[in-house]
Design a protein around this ligand. Structure first.
Ligand code: ADP
Ligand code: MG
Length: 352
């Protein structure tokens, strides 16, 4: 009898351990993706129940949809209303709270990057045919005179005056396009929301632009950085705490004309797409800064990236040129791992 009781207790104990194991395992990782901002947004949450993770993912997905609508540069949106007002010389009262911080930050990043990051060049971006949902990828190069004309109008964030909610532009050629840093800002806001919901371990990845907080259990998050060809992974790095890894590249959105690939990143000084670099990755705590900087450094190119990164206060940069040579500052080189069978040519710069 005693023996049977002992076996029953043992069995009950084993079942309890199994149940605990299953619960813990089930509660560890929850992942979902949704299509927003013209890309797949992948959301991974670690260490809370499926129910809480699901609620959190729904909440941030709703925010993403709202932002996508409010910041859209070519579908009718509060941003196109602002652009319309600027084009007709009116002062505009911005109703959507989320637009103002983007404008304020745009001014700062544009200033720090000597205007290489310039989200006021919406007309040029449209001229190059990038204000379309689906790029047909065979688009004639715009006439050089038209490009020069828009460059000569010199739209810039310096033209903008912000007074409370009132926005005025001294230059009617200013047309905002926030494509270069909106996703970075959106993931910052999403991570803040997750924290307010008591979630401290997560990754939000908007098509290769991502922000992570906390860890994956006992391990730091391991992030893959896409190969500029768009195929496979170029390198990996660990992140923990709060860090954003933002990559600007020409593998997702580009145009082709007579066999030449034109990037969606434009040099505001010339009005022409940047050449030479195929991807630029920046790591920073702030998603919006890392996103703006990855675009600015793509425009700065090999001669100027180091100076602009310093001006923007960036500590980790990796650039890949079209010969697939990788350029990094020493702090970045110390944390990036390449698959040993595919080690690229690496050039390490002076410290930032
Ligand atoms: P993604 O991460 O989606 O590839 P990026 O961060 O590289 O986007 O930004 C690309 C977008 O930024 C372009 O599609 C365009 O809308 C806008 N853009 C292009 N050139 C500039 C520039 N010099 N300054 C600011 N925005 C730009
Ligand atoms: Mg960017």
């Amino acid at each position: 009898m005693r023996k049977r009781t002992a076996i029953l207790i043992l069995l009950a104990g084993l079942l309890l351990i199994l149940a605990l194991f299953l619960t813990v395992n089930r509660e560890q990782r929850f992942q979902q993706h949704r299509y927003v901002f013209g890309t797949w947004v992948d959301m991974t949450i670690w260490g809370v129940s499926e129910k809480r993770a699901h609620q959190a993912i729904n909440a941030i997905s709703t925010d993403f949809q709202t932002q996508h609508h409010q910041w859209h540069a070519w579908h009718s949106s509060p941003l196109t209303d602002l652009n319309q007002a600027i084009a007709t010389g009116q002062t505009w009262n911005v109703q959507q709270a989320s637009l103002l911080p983007l404008l304020v930050q745009a001014k700062r990043f544009s200033d720090q990057s000597d205007g290489l990051f310039n989200p006021a060049i919406g007309q040029l971006i449209a001229l190059w045919g990038f204000h379309q949902d689906d790029l047909d990828n065979h688009h004639a190069v715009p006439p050089a005179e038209k490009i020069a004309e828009l460059v000569a109008l010199a739209p810039s964030l310096d033209d903008i005056e912000i007074d409370g909610k009132q926005v005025t532009s001294r230059n009617r050629a200013v047309q905002f396009d926030f494509g270069a840093f909106a996703k970075g800002y959106a993931v910052d806001l999403a991570i803040d929301k997750l924290r307010s919901l008591g979630i401290h371990n997560a990754i939000i990845n908007a098509g290769g632009d991502l922000k992570a907080i906390g860890q994956k259990g006992e391990q730091p998050w391991l992030i893959g950085i896409r190969h500029p060809s768009g195929k496979g992974v170029l390198a990996a790095c660990s992140v923990s705490g709060e860090e954003s890894v933002m990559t600007s590249g020409d593998y997702e959105r580009f145009r082709e004309s007579e066999g030449v690939r034109y990037s969606h990143l434009l040099d505001p000084r010339t009005g022409w797409p940047v050449q030479g670099l195929t991807s630029v990755t920046v790591i920073d705590r702030s998603g919006v800064l890392a996103d703006a900087a990855s675009t600015a450094l793509s425009v700065a190119g090999l001669p100027d990236w180091h100076r602009i990164a310093r001006q923007m206060g960036i500590k980790y940069v990796m650039l890949v040129d079209d010969a697939e040579t990788v350029y990094m500052n020493p702090a970045m080189a110390a944390r990036i791992q390449f698959p040993s069978e595919k080690l690229p040519k690496i050039v390490v710069s002076e410290p930032l």
